[in-house]
Design a protein around this ligand. Structure first.
Ligand SMILES: *[C@@H]1O[C@H](CO)[C@@H](O)[C@H](O)[C@H]1NC(C)=O
Ligand SMILES: *[C@@H]1O[C@H](CO)[C@@H](O)[C@H](O)[C@H]1NC(C)=O
Length: 250
C-alpha cells in the first residue's frame, strides 16, 4: 500500500485497525475498491450531483466543490454511567462509506433516488445479502472509505478517510459547525429511535487531500434513547446517512 506516503492517513488507518474486527459483517474487506474506480473521480462527473445536495437550513457549501458522496452505514456509539435518568453520552460513530456519488453522477433518476437510499439501506441492515444486492443494483457497492473518530484532546475527532483514492487518500478531520433536526419523514430507525440530526462539519485544520467540509444529510435512525434506563455502559445504534464531502475548487 502506498498509504505510508501520507502520514495523516496512515495514522488514521492505524487508529481504525483495532475497530475493524467489530465492523458490521458487510463492512471493510468485502468490497475492496476496484483499481479502475479511482479514475471515476479523474473527471468532473460528480459535479453534476452538486445541485442535488438535500436542502435544509444548514449553511450552503458556497465556493466549494463537491468531491464525493458516500452512503454511510454503521453505528452511532453511546455510553451510560449507571444513572438511569441521565441522557446517554456520545462516544463517536463507526461507518463504512459506500460510493453513492459515482453511481448517481450519471443517473438521470438521481434527484428521485436520493431521498430513499438511507432508509432502504438501514432497513436491510440485518440482511447482509439483501443489502449488498441493493447496493449492487444501484452501483453503490464500492467502498469509498470509512468514517470513525480519531482519539484526541479534548475530544475525539470525527474523521472521514477516502480510501478509494489509493494514492494519498483524502482525509477530513472535522468539527461540528451546524446542526438541524432531521425532517419528519426521515426513517426513524430499526427500533424507531429517531433519525440523528443533519450536520455541517468543517475542517479542524488537519485535513488533507483537498477536502474540508462534510455534510451529514438524509439521516436514518441512530438516535440515542432519551435516558439511560436499561442501557449498558457502551452501546451502539445502527444508522445510515449520506455524507457529502466538499473541498476547495480545484
Ligand atoms: C463504536 O462501536 C463499534 C462497534 O462496537 C466499535 O467497534 C467502535 O470501536 C466504537 N467506536 C467508538 C469511537 O466508540
Ligand atoms: C444542535 O447543537 C446544539 C449544541 O450542541 C444542541 O444544544 C442542540 O440540541 C442541537 N440541535 C439538534 C437539532 O440536534
Amino acid at each position: 500500500m502506498r498509504l505510508v506516503t501520507c502520514s495523516g492517513a496512515f495514522l488514521a488507518l492505524a487508529t481504525l485497525a483495532p475497530a475493524v474486527n467489530a465492523l458490521p459483517s458487510f463492512g471493510w474487506g468485502q468490497n475492496q475498491p476496484r483499481e479502475d474506480a479511482v479514475t471515476a473521480y479523474g473527471g468532473n462527473d460528480i459535479s453534476k450531483l452538486a445541485k442535488y445536495l438535500p436542502s435544509s437550513n444548514l449553511p450552503k457549501p458556497d465556493g466549494l466543490e463537491l468531491k464525493f458522496v458516500g452512503l454511510g452505514i454503521g453505528t452511532q456509539n453511546y455510553t451510560c454511567n449507571g444513572d438511569k435518568s441521565a441522557a446517554p453520552g456520545t462516544t463517536g460513530a463507526l461507518a463504512t462509506l459506500y460510493d453513492m456519488g459515482s453511481g448517481l453522477a450519471n443517473d438521470p433518476m438521481a434527484a428521485w433516488k436520493l431521498a430513499s437510499v438511507t432508509g432502504l439501506a438501514l432497513s436491510l441492515y440485518n440482511y447482509h445479502e439483501s443489502l449488498m444486492w441493493y447496493l449492487n443494483s444501484q452501483g453503490y457497492q464500492d467502498v469509498l472509505g470509512h468514517h470513525f473518530f480519531t482519539p484526541g484532546t479534548p475530544s475525539s475527532v470525527p474523521t472521514f478517510l477516502i480510501s478509494k483514492i489509493q494514492q494519498n487518500p483524502p482525509v477530513a478531520y472535522v468539527a461540528k459547525k451546524d446542526n438541524v433536526t432531521a425532517p419528519a419523514w426521515a426513517f426513524k430507525g430499526l427500533s424507531g429511535e429517531g433519525a440523528i440530526p443533519w450536520l455541517r462539519l468543517v475542517d479542524n485544520g488537519k485535513s488533507s487531500g483537498g477536502v474540508n467540509t462534510v455534510y451529514r444529510v438524509e439521516t436514518a435512525g441512530g438516535n440515542a434513547t432519551p435516558n439511560c434506563e436499561n442501557r449498558p455502559a457502551h452501546w451502539e445504534v445502527p444508522y445510515a446517512a449520506q455524507y457529502w464531502v466538499y473541498g476547495p475548487k480545484s
